[in-house]
Design a protein around this ligand. Structure first.
Ligand SMILES: [Fe+2]
Ligand SMILES: [Fe+2]
Length: 248
C-alpha cells in the first residue's frame, strides 16, 4: 500500500466510523441501521455455507470447518440485530410483500456504489460461491472482517448505557466485533497456508486499495444525497411470535 492509499484509507475509515457511530447513536436512525446489519449478517450465511461445501469437495477440510463456524457466527450476529430490533418493537420489512415494482428496484440497487467499486472488474457471476476465485474471496473478506471488527467496536462504544436494552445491544455488538476479529485471523491464516508471505501481502494491499476506493465512492454518494436511504424496518405486529434465541 502506498502512502496516498494509506492516507485515503484513514480518511475512508474515519468516514465510516463517523457515519455508523452517528447513525446507531441516534434513536431515530438506530432501527434502520440495525435492520441493515441484520440483513447483511444473515445474508452472508448461504454464501459461506456454499463455500464450506465447496472447500469440502476440494478436499480442504481445515477451511471447510472454519467456513462452517464462520457461517454459524454470522447467523448469531443476524439474530443479535433481529433481537435488538424486536426490543424496539421493530422488524425488518418483509420484502416479499412489497409490490413487484419495488422488488425489481431492489435487485437493481443490490450492487451498491460501495460494492460496485470494491469488486470492480468482477461480474456478479464471478462472485458466486461455486466459482469465486479463492484469492478474491480471501483478500476481500479479510479486509471487510478486519474493518468490521473496528467499526463495530466504535459503534458499541458510542451507545449509551443508561437503559438495559441499549446496554444489552452494546454487549451484543462488542461480542460481534470479537468474532469479526477471529474471522479476519482465520482468513489470514488461510492465505498463509495457500501462498508465500509476499503474495499474501500483495493480495491484502490490493484489497485495502479497493476498500479505500469503495469507501470514497460510498462517501461521495452520500454527500450527493443519491443514496435516498430507504426504510428497512416496520413495526412488529402484536400477533406475531418469535422463536429466535440469542446466544449473546
Ligand atoms: Fe458478522
Ligand atoms: Fe464476520
Amino acid at each position: 500500500m502506498n502512502l496516498s492509499t494509506y492516507f485515503m484509507h484513514l480518511v475512508g475509515s474515519g468516514i465510516s466510523a463517523y457515519y455508523f457511530a452517528a447513525q446507531i447513536r441516534d434513536p431515530k436512525t438506530r432501527p434502520n441501521v440495525l435492520a441493515g446489519f441484520q440483513l447483511a449478517e444473515s445474508g452472508s450465511v448461504p454464501f459461506l455455507t456454499a463455500l464450506s461445501d465447496r472447500a469440502t469437495a476440494e478436499g480442504d477440510t481445515w477451511l471447510a470447518e472454519k467456513l462452517t463456524q464462520h457461517a454459524s457466527d454470522e447467523t448469531r450476529h443476524g439474530q443479535i440485530f433481529a433481537h435488538a430490533l424486536k426490543q424496539l418493537n421493530k422488524e425488518v420489512i418483509d420484502f416479499k410483500n412489497l409490490p413487484k415494482n419495488s422488488q425489481e428496484n431492489r435487485s437493481q440497487e443490490r450492487r451498491s456504489p460501495f460494492f460496485a467499486a470494491f469488486f470492480e472488474g468482477y461480474s456478479q457471476e464471478q462472485l458466486k460461491p461455486e466459482v469465486i476465485d479463492w484469492d478474491v474471496f480471501m483478500g476481500s473478506t479479510y479486509i471487510l472482517e478486519l474493518d468490521a471488527s473496528k467499526d463495530f467496536t466504535r459503534m458499541a462504544n458510542v451507545l449509551p448505557e443508561n437503559d438495559p436494552v441499549t446496554r444489552n445491544l452494546k454487549l451484543g455488538i462488542l461480542s460481534i466485533a470479537k468474532d469479526e476479529t477471529g474471522h479476519a485471523a482465520y482468513i489470514y491464516e488461510a492465505m498463509m497456508r495457500r501462498m508465500p508471505v509476499a503474495s499474501v501481502e500483495r493480495l491484502v494491499n490490493e484489497w485495502r486499495t479497493r476498500k479505500t476506493n469503495a469507501m470514497l465512492a460510498f462517501a461521495g454518494n452520500m454527500l450527493q444525497q443519491k443514496n435516498t436511504s430507504r426504510s428497512m424496518v416496520q413495526d412488529t405486529k402484536p400477533s406475531e411470535t418469535y422463536s429466535e434465541v440469542v446466544a449473546a
